[in-house]
Every structure is written in structure tokens, then in C-alpha cells.
Design a protein around this ligand. Structure first.
Ligand code: ADP
Ligand code: VHF
Length: 377
């Protein structure tokens, strides 16, 4: 079997006991499964929740705190202990771990983003298991939106992973929340995240998790757009990570066979390219590009910066200055300046241009931290 680069995301619900605290037993089982993957030659990065679960009792809370400050304080206490627990477990197999705490916003700043990439690359090359969590103390919306799912998708894209495995307490995506509807039907394979699929997953979930299936599906959508295959399941019992990679998992597989073709081009746009300019687009264009799966047209462009030629890569920002993504541009900077804010018809009449879309949707990669905000608008 081809050696893969795999990101495994373990949710709070897959790490906790019935009181909501850290279950050493569950953690040990995940570690054993990861070690088995490593023994087969796969590279593994871990995105692990569980800091709040590990910390809250030490602060004197009888159960998982409900307030943001309470969760942030619990995470601050729990994170060190969580890493210690992983370190103890992995060291029995002769493996060392590294702690990486990041927030989504780090992905929109080029320097930070490059630093994370460089650090993770060295760690993987040297055989260390990176264990990533949100930097909960400074994160603004992680603990309310369950962004460890989104974080895992961003990490998977950043590091050019082949597969993202999201482990949770639900053994896949069902046509409705199986907690509420015991007869709900499970999907074995989902090729792409359509609006219908998106609508099936709700934000309700376990008492310890955040974001429910909804945040996993949004994360899956982002991962697929970056060319990463996704699996959602429990990774419990007989379903080992090895089975999951071999296609024998009991959960849901996302992504189709064309993904690998998509992958190299999109990943090149996303990660390997030098960008030659920046453009700013209005809200309507941002929505169409990110949510509507549409191409970017000249009417949505409000500002053009830098010197670029058709076929080069530019960064696309929202009006409020957030990096939304990158795309292959069909216009030179001079051409775009001439027609920005105008209709497609106007651009056709004024320019001799091969492709009329400023950025075609097939040449666009969403990298933005604001995906949820835009999607839920
Ligand atoms: N359509 C659906 N299919 C499966 N699970 C769903 C669906 N909609 C909502 N859920 C809920 O999502 C929960 C998992 O999310 P969450 O509790 O946030 O877990 P985690 O801590 O692993 O991130 C499941 O326990 C399930 O109740
Ligand atoms: N960063 C937090 C995770 C928040 C959370 O609940 O995430 P998840 O269980 O993945 O939905 C922690 O470590 O506790």
C-alpha cells in the first residue's frame, strides 16, 4: 500500500470518560493505532482536542465548564497534562511528541503560515509525532464553534496530507443526527459536500464536543477543496486506523477518485506558488466564490495590487483585510485595473482576453479563516 501522510483528528468525545474527564484508556488505544500506522511507514500528525476535558476538575469545576473563560482556563491547565499523557503513551513505543498550539488566524498570515509548515516538515522528517491543538487561551471562537475540525482541515491542507481522519463518537455521517433519530441511515461514501449533505449535519453533538457533525462537514468541505480525502468515524473496537486507510473503515469516506488530479493543481496553487499580487473583492463575490462554488468575475474586484500576468497566482482578500484564498488569474494586473468593478460584458468589449473569469472556480483554493462566517451568513 502507498505510504500516506495522514492527519488524525481526535475529538473530545473520543478521549473522555463518562464524567467528561480524560480517559487514559481511550488515549492509549488511539496511540496504539497511530503507532501501527507508523510501523507501516505512514507519516502521522495528530490534531487532538481534550485540553478542557483534562483540566476542568483541577480548577474545581464539577463538570465541563460552560463559560468561555472557564473553558479557556481549563484548557490552560489541561493542555500540559494532555501532552504529558500522550508523551507517556508514545514513549513506550520509543516515539517522541511535539506540542503545537495554533489558531486559525495564523493560517491567514503568510509568515506564521510558513513557520508552521517549516516546523511540521522538520518534525515529520525526524520521526516526531506533532500533536496540534488550538491555542485556546487566545482563540476567539474555537471553544464556541468547534474549530478543531476546521483546524485539522487547514493542517491537512497545509502539510499536503493524503487523508484526514476525523475520529468522533458517531460512526460516520447519517441522514439525520443518530442521537435524535435512532433509525437514521449512514452514508458509506460521499463524493462531494453538496448543500443537501451540508444540511443533514447539525451542530448538536456530545456533551463534551463542540460543533457537532456540522463543523466536521464544513471542515471536510475545505479539506476536499484542498485535495485531501476525508474519513469520519469512531476508530473504535475493530476499526483500526490501518483498516480506515485500507478502505475498510465503518464510517463515511469523503472524496472521489478525481481528487488526486485536483490535488496536485490545487495544492500547487495553495502552497507551492509564489504569489505575484493581491486583489480585494467585495462581499457578494466572496460569498459566490466560497459558498456558491462560482468563479470570480470582474464586477466583484474592488482593488488590484502588484504586477502579475495571466496564469500567475494572486492572493484574494476580503474588504476587511482577511485572506480568503488564492487563485490562478486570467488577467494581467493592468488589464484587471481597467475593468475592475465592471460587468463581464464590459470586460469582453474592452479587453482581448482568453478566459473571461478573473479566477475560474477550478483554479481557486479557499484558505480563509472566515469560512464559517461566510458560509453561515
Ligand atoms: N447527520 C449526523 N450524522 C452523525 N452525527 C451527527 C449528525 N448530526 C449531528 N451529529 C452529532 O455529532 C456528534 C459528534 O460531534 P461532537 O460532539 O462535536 O464530537 P467531537 O468531540 O468528536 O468533535 C455526534 O455525537 C452526533 O450526535
Ligand atoms: N481545544 C479544545 C477543543 C474544543 C472541542 O470541544 O473540540 P472537539 O471535541 O473537537 O469538538 C480542547 O482541547 O479541549
Amino acid at each position: 500500500m502507498k505510504k500516506q501522510r495522514v492527519v488524525v483528528k481526535i475529538g473530545s468525545s473520543s478521549l473522555t470518560n463518562s464524567h467528561g474527564g480524560l480517559s487514559q484508556d481511550k488515549l492509549n488505544k488511539h496511540v496504539k493505532a497511530i503507532v501501527a500506522l507508523r510501523k507501516q511507514g505512514h507519516e502521522v500528525l495528530l490534531v487532538s482536542s481534550g485540553a478542557v476535558a483534562t483540566g476542568f476538575t483541577l480548577l474545581g469545576y464539577p463538570s465541563r465548564p460552560a463559560t468561555i473563560e472557564g473553558k479557556q482556563a481549563a484548557a490552560a491547565v489541561g493542555q500540559g497534562l494532555l501532552i504529558q499523557a500522550y508523551n507517556d503513551a508514545f514513549s513506550k513505543y520509543g516515539l517522541a511528541v511535539a506540542q503545537i498550539l495554533i489558531t486559525r488566524i495564523d493560517f491567514s498570515k503568510r509568515q506564521q503560515y510558513n513557520n508552521v509548515y517549516n516546523t511540521l516538515s522538520v518534525l515529520l522528517k525526524r520521526g516526531i509525532i506533532p500533536i496540534i491543538n488550538e491555542n485556546d487561551t487566545v482563540a476567539i471562537d474555537e471553544l464556541t464553534f468547534g474549530d478543531n475540525d476546521m483546524l485539522s482541515a487547514l493542517v491537512a491542507g497545509l502539510i499536503h496530507a493524503d487523508t484526514l481522519v476525523i475520529l468522533t463518537d458517531a460512526d460516520g455521517l447519517y441522514d439525520s443526527d443518530p442521537r435524535v433519530h435512532p433509525h437514521a441511515k449512514k452514508f458509506k461514501q460521499v463524493d462531494e459536500i453538496t448543500p443537501e449533505i451540508e444540511a443533514l449535519a447539525t451542530a448538536s453533538g456530545s456533551s463534551v464536543g463542540t460543533g457537532g457533525m456540522k463543523s466536521k462537514i464544513l471542515a471536510t468541505k475545505l479539506a476536499l477543496s484542498l485535495g485531501v480525502h476525508v474519513f469520519i468515524g469512531t476508530g473504535n473496537g475493530k476499526e483500526t486506523l490501518t483498516d480506515i486507510l485500507e478502505g475498510k473503515g465503518k464510517g463515511t469516506y469523503f472524496g472521489h477518485s478525481l481528487l488526486s488530479t485536483l490535488k496536485s493543481k490545487k495544492q500547487w496553487i495553495a502552497f507551492h506558488s509564489d504569489t505575484n499580487g493581491q486583489i480585494i473583492i467585495d462581499e457578494g463575490a466572496a460569498f459566490a466564490l466560497i459558498h456558491g462554488g462560482k468563479s470570480l468575475l470582474p464586477a466583484g474586484v474592488t482593488y488590484v495590487d502588484g504586477n502579475f500576468l495571466p496564469g500567475e497566482v494572486v492572493e484574494v482578500y476580503s474588504i476587511d483585510g482577511h485572506l480568503l484564498g488564492k487563485g490562478l488569474i486570467n488577467y494581467s494586473s493592468a488589464q484587471l485595473k481597467e475593468v475592475q468593478g465592471n460587468s463581464t460584458e464590459y470586460a469582453k468589449n474592452h479587453l482581448d482576453i482568453e478566459r473571461i473569469e478573473v479566477i475560474h472556480r477550478d483554479d481557486w483554493v479557499a484558505l480563509q479563516e472566515k469560512i464559517q462566517e461566510v458560509v453561515t451568513k
